[in-house]
Design a protein around this ligand. Structure first.
Ligand SMILES: CC(C)(COP(=O)(O)OP(=O)(O)OC[C@H]1O[C@@H](n2cnc3c(N)ncnc32)[C@H](O)[C@@H]1OP(=O)(O)O)[C@@H](O)C(=O)NCCC(=O)NCCS
Length: 156
């Protein structure tokens, strides 16, 4: 991460450890991201990911999608979204062959570092009630469910 708090695009001068490199996704990564999330992501009860939607996100906020790469291939992701008001986390996922090696923990360290640079004091994540693996991870990272709120939604 440079002095401005920005990560390099992964695949360039990304922060590397062994063969792992952490950085931000670019527009050229959108097809790989969709394929990756089909394998690695929690995919229930969410809108379908599209090339256009991810490209729009990266265009609007080029630092929002943080990825881990091994030998050039995406093995982990988190979307660290800051809308100018709140900080929201989405799509934390690690490839099944790369789990339990601290990749999610490192992605989250980078996401929270990004949020702190904006002066944000709290981050949130949507976690499915039945996702015990996800709940175990978020708990270990210090996150807890907020009992007094429920999300209200309407399809557009
Ligand atoms: C959840 C997920 C992102 C964790 O990725 P990971 O890189 O394996 O996680 P890490 O190695 O950084 O583990 C961080 C902590 O999470 C917890 N954790 C991770 N995997 C776990 C497992 N299988 N069982 C219990 N706890 C687990 C542990 O507390 C772990 O810390 P520790 O290794 O010091 O014990 C990954 O399993 C995944 O992609 N799951 C499918 C998608 C998903 O459910 N995402 C969360 C959406 S809310």
């Amino acid at each position: 991460m440079d002095a401005s708090g920005r990560l390099p695009a992964a695949g360039g001068d990304a922060e590397a450890s062994d063969t792992l490199a952490y950085g931000t996704a670019s527009r050229g990564d959108v097809a790989e991201l969709i394929a990756f999330w089909l394998i690695a992501g929690e995919n229930d009860a969410r809108p379908v990911d599209t090339l256009d939607a991810i490209a729009r996100l990266i265009e609007r906020d080029p630092d929002a999608v943080i990825v881990a790469r091994r030998d050039g291939r995406i093995v982990g992701t988190v979307v660290a979204g800051y809308d100018g008001w709140r900080a929201h986390l989405y799509r934390l996922a690690v490839h099944p062959d790369a789990r339990r090696a601290g990749i999610a923990r490192e992605l989250m360290r980078l996401a929270e570092e990004r949020f702190r640079a904006f002066g944000v004091t709290r981050a949130d994540a949507m976690v499915l009630e039945g996702n015990e693996l996800g709940q175990s991870l978020w708990t270990s990272l210090g996150y807890a469910p907020q009992a007094e709120w429920r999300r209200w939604v309407r399809p557009l």
